[in-house]
Design a protein around this ligand. Structure first.
Ligand SMILES: [Zn+2]
Length: 200
């Protein structure tokens, strides 16, 4: 998810030191695929073993996310179809820990919906309102393979849902209800509306 906005509380968990990434680094060796590439439309596979290759991948993804000034990145966005997400809604706070979510599953949605503007590193420059549940509960594995549970609300809940959609080949533009806004915003950035797969 792109960081058009930044707010909200941090979630500190203590990421292992090997995964520490300089948030100001501009170095990234990963290509982020863009709307229109079929790579973004494939389903991802669960990760059966959380080992060093997964941790290294998470670190590379964090670097790419920070270099691109994003607040979330899903493995399929770099062409890897594994259920791995990295998120950091506090990218401006160098001490805040990023979240690494492996095999995330939403176990409950709150009853309230809200509408908020989203962006995506795979659709740069495009920002549109999307309606989603405002709170979620989820379970996942952390970078050591340990099972975890958490509740999220606000921007974090939104970002997790956005990134989890990527694991199912869904992009936020698929969920935009205003066809007119979608058309205008995509055209402005040179994207093709035919590459959107509306969900409703
Ligand atoms: Zn995205």
């Amino acid at each position: 998810m792109a960081n058009h906005f930044s707010q909200l509380a941090k979630k500190s968990r203590g990421v292992i030191p090997d995964l520490k990434v300089d948030k100001n680094s501009k170095n990234s060796n990963l290509e982020i695929f863009k709307l229109g590439d079929e790579v973004l439309r494939k389903n991802s596979q669960r990760i059966s073993k959380v080992d060093n290759s997964i941790r290294n991948l998470a670190k590379d993804m964090l670097q790419s996310m920070y270099a691109a000034k994003g607040i979330g990145l899903a493995a399929p966005q770099i062409g890897i179809h594994k259920e791995l997400l990295v998120i950091d809604i506090n990218f401006e706070d160098s001490a805040a820990e990023p979240l690494i979510l492996i095999n995330p599953e939403i176990t409950a949605y709150g009853s309230t919906l809200n509408s908020y503007e989203e962006g995506c590193l795979s659709i740069p420059g495009v920002y549109l309102n999307v309606i989603r549940p405002s709170t979620i509960k989820l379970k996942f594995r952390d970078e050591m393979g340990r099972p975890r549970k958490m509740k999220a609300d606000g921007l974090l809940a939104r970002c997790i849902q956005h990134e989890m959609d990527h694991l199912n080949g869904v992009l936020f533009v698929d969920r935009v209800s205003s066809v007119e806004d979608l058309k205008t915003e995509l055209a402005k950035e040179g994207f093709n509306q035919k590459d959107v797969n509306p969900i409703n």
